[in-house]
Design a protein around this ligand. Sequence first.
Ligand code: 6PG
Length: 233
Amino acid sequence: MDSGKTQTTRWHPFADERTLQAAAVESIVASARQAIRDRGSFHIVLAGGRTPRGVYERLAATRSDWASWFVYFGDERCLPVSDPERNSTMAAESWLNHVGIPVAQVHGIPAECDPLEAARNYAQILSRVGDFDFVLLGLGEDGHTASLFPGHALGESPEAPDVLAVFDAPKPPPQRVSLSAHRLGRARNVIFLVSGESKRRSVAAWRAGEQIPATAIVPRSGVDVLLESALLE
Ligand code: 6PG
């Protein structure tokens, strides 16, 4: 059952991945400055996969009031803690290990344990967090986002759990933990980072109005899709 709400989608084409990454960093840093000024803290959810690495590397080279940043993950792969294929490992190596965000303010998903237990544990952590200030998401070739896959529970309704255990993900590894579509949509800013020829079909489906997991993310303020302009041709 979908939430019945329709996503407001703003498309932002960029000539190449480099300019896309620079724009994403600019948006994140500006949003952080505003949130810290208004509320004294900045709560951001990170995307996994390959695409965001360049954004994280650029963030490592920027200056910000890191002590006021609070980091969460949109999803995690059920792998050992320091496995190179974990989303937390990529974020740490490309960014978090290089800036002064207090370790206690970086909330990794404990996906090294049983997915159901990890989902319960992370939902507990999120129960103490209000709407996120910023959510970064990727887009898969099949239209998935985070670890919300076509034909699987997306957690779109307000009654859905904040965090879902995934056992048969089509993108390896099969076991994952993901924030629900509803929880990912409880955010002031939601940005999708989309690059690579392999995303052409899912972008076309999205723009044609098809329901894909990415369209299940329906924040009040809409979503911004930063993508390579070649994917619109
Ligand atoms: C993951 C991500 C996943 C990713 C998309 C895009 O664990 O793989 O959460 O949702 O964002 O699959 O992946 P790429 O950026 O590698 O194309």
